[in-house]
Design a protein around this ligand. Structure first.
Ligand code: HEM
Length: 126
């Protein structure tokens, strides 16, 4: 259980940790047969920055995402992409690959993975 005074994940892995994770994730996107086509219209470098800012904000760091993008409303922001069970599972798989390369403590990896799994399930829309 996390307590109010526990350090946040951002305190533990910092900008560098989230940068590494998000970068590892996006590197796999262009060649991915399921997710690649969904991101074809998107500038991947900008998309990487948005996910980075979002995760930093979500896990206790600076709120750059909120200031630049406003309230996350992630379900609404994903409405234009078909998030099928297959797309959801692939997203999770790529994130697991990305996390495996990162040198974070097992507890941190577990907390992040649990969050991603729940959030990706919540974003399923078709
Ligand atoms: C844990 C699950 C996920 C999180 C936390 C997440 C988070 C985000 C965030 C923060 C953005 C940028 C929103 C904005 O500010 O405009 C975004 C964009 C996007 N997401 Fe997700 N997402 C998740 C799952 C998925 C899944 C399962 C798909 C599969 C279809 C997906 C596809 C996309 C695409 C195509 C974009 C557009 C790229 C962009 O313009 O930034 N996401 N996501």
């Amino acid at each position: 259980m996390s307590e109010p005074n526990d350090p946040s994940i951002y305190d533990l892995i910092g900008d560098e940790g989230f940068q590494e994770l998000v970068h590892n994730f996006y590197q796999q996107i262009p060649a991915d047969p399921i997710l690649g086509p969904l991101y074809e219209e998107v500038d991947l470098q900008e998309a990487e920055q948005r996910l980075l800012d979002f995760l930093i904000f979500r896990f206790g760091g600076p709120d750059t995402y909120l200031r630049e993008r406003g309230h996350p409303r992630l379900r609404m922001r994903h409405a234009r992409f078909p998030v099928t069970q297959e797309a959801r599972d692939r997203w999770i798989q790529l994130m697991e690959n990305a996390l495996r390369e990162c040198d974070f403590l097992p507890d941190i990896k577990q907390t992040l993975m649990k969050y991603f799994e729940d959030a990706a399930t919540f974003l399923r829309n078709s």
